[in-house]
Design a protein around this ligand. Structure first.
Ligand code: SAM
Length: 373
């Protein structure tokens, strides 16, 4: 395998039409909050690196990250893991960075080989990207020593409902804002789908991991009554609805549009491991779990300097990076579609500046570290 190479596997790609992040460097530039979430729990894995079965086998020690997006955070994760692992073995290393086939990988490849040389120790570390859904098996059996996924497992494998007429996110609006509704039956459908997705992910990784391999799963979520989605999606919902009211978006389009993302509690993250239906409990031991909050850099800056323009720009760019693709694909194809998308995010900026207190953003996460038995 060359140092950086696209790998196509023979697994079945489901025609879900699921889309990824805004590309062209936009996700990389607006993902500092995600790094704060990762950095809070990555030390669990760094501390567990010495437990890997380095002595068994001679092939490359392989670290695979699922949902790598444009790669800035994924490459930083690998830097940290390699720094801990390289002294414990003479074996070569392989870093694998995986995301949907529709992901924009161009910045990942540039990040992996800045100035034409490996971002890591080029003598011992090779890197590759794998396009495919993380809910499928993507890598050879028993070939992975560490698998990670950060801020990605909330993205559903497909849209379980065609319509979601009351709001733009399966979790529904915040209690404070209450600008929409989700029925109990809709809520149940999404919760069940998210659980099956988590089980599919754990099953796929169980086949790829070596015995003794580590799996870290972290994702945005809900902790007690605080949910990462609240301010962000209330604001996007208000902005989209403003354009429905203006006649720019037909109400049937609004009823069909939703972001196929589910925000889990810690119990929901762990539930598939305990549910006998999925037959996972004999495959993994659960080493550590946590539900936690990290400060958001642009929220903290706003508290210090009160610069509302800068706060609103950072806030809107942050959620634009992970909502724009699904929003754009749900709008009718017209010559003015790009303008309309720009206007929706501009409206979000205006609404946020008019009432910043209505759209609070708290960055909550849930995480678990597992060992493949
Ligand atoms: C918010 S980004 C997280 C990127 C990075 N891990 C981080 O924490 O900054 C979520 C990523 O998950 C990817 N994703 C969504 N569904 C996926 C799937 N079924 N398989 C693999 N990746 C998926 C998206 O394309 C996107 O790049």
């Amino acid at each position: 395998m060359t140092n950086v190479e696209m790998v196509n596997t023979d697994r079945q790609i489901k025609p879900t039409g699921m889309t990824g992040m805004a590309g062209g460097g936009f996700y990389n530039a607006n993902s500092a909050p995600q790094w704060a979430q990762i950095a809070a729990v990555l030390p669990w894995l760094e501390d567990a690196i010495t437990e890997l079965p380095f002595a068994e086998g001679t092939s490359a020690i392989t670290f695979a990250d699922f949902g790598c997006s444009e790669g800035r955070n994924s490459i930083s994760v690998m830097h940290k893991l390699l720094a801990r692992a390289m002294d414990h073995t003479d074996r070569p290393f392989l870093t694998l960075h995986s995301d949907l086939p529709t992901n924009d990988y161009s910045k990942l490849f540039l990040g992996l080989r800045p100035d034409g040389k490996s971002a890591f120790d080029g003598e011992r570390v090779s890197s590759a990207a794998v396009g495919g859904s993380m809910y499928d098996r993507l890598l050879p059996p028993q070939s992975v020593h560490v698998a990670t996924t950060f801020n990605s497992i909330g993205y559903l494998s497909e849209r379980p409902l065609d319509l979601l007429p009351g709001y733009i996110l399966p979790n529904g609006p915040s209690k404070i804002r209450g600008n929409g509704y989700i029925t109990d039956s809709e809520s149940e459908t999404f919760a069940r789908h998210a659980e099956a997705d988590m089980a599919a992910f754990l099953t796929a990784r169980s086949k790829e991991l070596v015995p003794g391999g580590k799996l870290m799963v972290q994702v945005f979520g809900c902790v007690d009554d605080i949910r990462t989605c609240d301010g962000l999606f209330d604001l996007l919902n208000d902005a989209v609805r403003a354009h429905v009211d203006r006649g720019d978006i037909p109400s049937q389009v609004y009823e069909k549009y939703y972001q196929p993302v589910y925000f889990r509690t810690l119990d929901e993250l762990i539930a598939p491991l305990k549910n006998p239906v999925y037959e996972l409990s004999h495959l993994y031991s659960l080493d550590r779990t946590e539900a936690y909050e990290v400060p958001v850099p642009f929220v903290e800056a706003y508290k210090q300097d009160g610069d509302l323009d800068r706060y609103a720009a950072s806030f809107v760019n942050f959620f634009r990076a992970f909502t724009q693709a699904a929003l754009t694909s749900s709008l009718p194809d017209t010559p003015s579609k790009t303008d309309l998308v720009n206007q929706i995010y501009q409206t979000a900026d205006t609404l946020l500046k008019a009432n910043p207190e209505v759209y609070p953003f708290r960055n909550m996460s849930v995480a678990m570290l597992l060992t493949r038995k």
